[in-house]
Design a binder for this molecule. Structure first.
Ligand code: RB5
Length: 149
């Protein structure tokens, strides 16, 4: 599984910690920016990572801004993206098992590195349950088909 990683300036330090975690565990990833010392708009970097997932170049994305919220809003504008800002390991688990989340939103101003890495671990390791949840995710796809031209 290849991860698209992106942040704005508010998420840069936490993104660096997530990148080190992924590297240590041999999880392939591509960092779509931003770089250190830049002040940027989260919209541009969330969009780059979401596009990589939509195009199939990456399987999932981890998006870090101040809160994880703005990045998730951006990513959810792309057809096929189910971006979930997760504030807890429980949310991360259910975002995968029920929602088949393919983008995780984390906050550099709201998560400690330790808390964020625990969330990342659960989010990476939890499988989608399917079953009744597959029916619900299909309904989300149906709404996308109606709304995305
Ligand atoms: C940047 O100051 C901040 O607005 C951004 O990182 C993010 O929290 C937006 O959702």
């Amino acid at each position: 599984m290849k991860i698209a990683l992106a942040s704005d300036h508010a998420g840069y330090a936490l993104k660096a910690g997530v990148a080190a975690y992924l590297r240590d565990r041999g999880v392939p990833f591509e960092d779509f920016g931003c770089g250190p010392g830049e002040t940027v708009d989260y919209v541009d970097y969330g969009a780059k990572a979401a596009r990589a997932v939509v195009a199939g170049a990456c399987d999932r994305a981890i998006l870090v801004c101040g809160t994880g919220l703005g990045m998730a809003v951006v990513a959810n504008k792309f057809k096929g993206i189910r971006a979930t800002p997760c504030a807890s390991e429980y949310a991360a688990e259910v975002s995968r098992s029920h929602n088949d989340s393919n983008c995780l939103g984390l906050g550099g101003r709201t998560h400690s590195l330790e808390a964020a890495l625990a969330i990342v671990r659960v989010w990476l390791e939890t499988d989608f349950e399917g079953g009744r949840h597959a029916r619900r995710v299909q309904k989300i796809r149906d709404i996308e088909d109606q709304n995305f031209k």
